[in-house]
Ligand binder design. Structure first.
Ligand code: KIV
Length: 279
């Protein structure tokens, strides 16, 4: 596929069939979305992790639908190629199927996303089926589901017991059956992710789920070294933009205080200013 051609929902399953891995990252704003898109990321997730990495909350639970629509719109404006997927935040898809349809519709209609992601299984499978029926593609999310952090007792590894691993496989199959086009597997043992990946026709996207998934996702702020509160052990840091930002800002503040900035070459070349300088 040529670089600039937009990634569509069916392309992900085609990638799995061809044995091509899927690269997915989170994005929350226009500038980052443009950069990730230029770099050729396949799927851009407007994750509700924005509550933690952008808004400074301790969990994803306070994130509202309005916030998700706002950030999804910004990301969509910056993307030409990647598939934009928006998270449905806590309590926007669990209350009733009709509320879920209306809320998902806002992420598509106002936010410009091509698909939504919803956490969990059980009653959520029925929600997924209805969204798909009305034409809204759904990505599932199983394993460590951060919106259930209190029920799980913290951000801890899931499906470590055989019965939980079996349940996770059954949940993934139910989501596939309902028509989901992919499923995120978060913080589960690599062998469990391998078994799910083998059994499913649709792609699995892993985060802290080992190397056997059909794709991988990370929180962009974590892999770029921007997150300031520590990152999970499974994150690989590809840059230290946090440290670089602090160094750059220190240098700027120092230049301002000592009068080195603005130097003559940074003065605005406006005619008015040129006239002032000529006097
Ligand atoms: O919100 C998010 O960033 C996510 C990813 C961690 C998969 O759901």
């Amino acid at each position: 596929m040529p670089e600039a051609q937009r990634i569509r929902v069916p392309d992900l399953e085609a990638k799995k069939r061809r044995g091509e891995r899927i690269a997915m990252l989170t994005a929350y704003d226009y500038t980052m979305a443009r950069l990730l898109d230029r770099a050729g990321i396949d799927v851009m997730l407007v994750g509700d992790s924005l509550g933690m990495v952008v808004l400074g909350y301790e969990t994803t639970l306070p994130v509202t639908l309005d916030a998700m629509v706002h950030h999804t719109r910004a990301v969509s404006r910056g993307v030409e190629r990647a598939l934009v997927v928006a998270d449905m935040p806590f309590l926007t898809f669990q209350v009733s199927v009709s509320e879920a349809v209306r809320n998902a519709g806002r992420l598509i209609q106002e936010g410009g996303a091509a698909a939504v992601k919803i956490e969990g299984a059980g009653a959520v499978v029925e929600v997924a089926a209805r969204l798909i029926e009305v034409g809204i593609p759904v990505m599932g999310h199983l394993g460590l589901v951060p919106q259930s952090v209190h029920q799980l007792g913290g951000f801890r590894r899931q499906a470590t017991l055989d019965e939980d691993a079996e349940q996770l496989l059954a949940d993934a199959q139910a989501l596939e059956e309902a028509g989901a086009f992919a499923v995120v597997l978060e913080s589960i043992p690599a062998e469990v992710a391998r078994a799910v990946t083998k059994e499913l026709r649709i792609p699995t996207i892993g985060i802290g789920a080992g190397p056997y998934c059909d794709g991988q996702v990370l929180v962009s702020y974590d892999m770029l070294g921007l997150s300031q509160n520590g990152v999970p052990a499974f994150v690989k840091r590809y840059a230290d933009l946090g440290d670089q930002t602090v160094a750059a800002v220190r240098a700027y503040a120092d230049d301002v205080r000592t009068g080195r900035f603005p130097a003559p070459q940074q003065r605005a070349p406006t005619p008015a200013l040129a006239e002032v300088e000529a006097e």
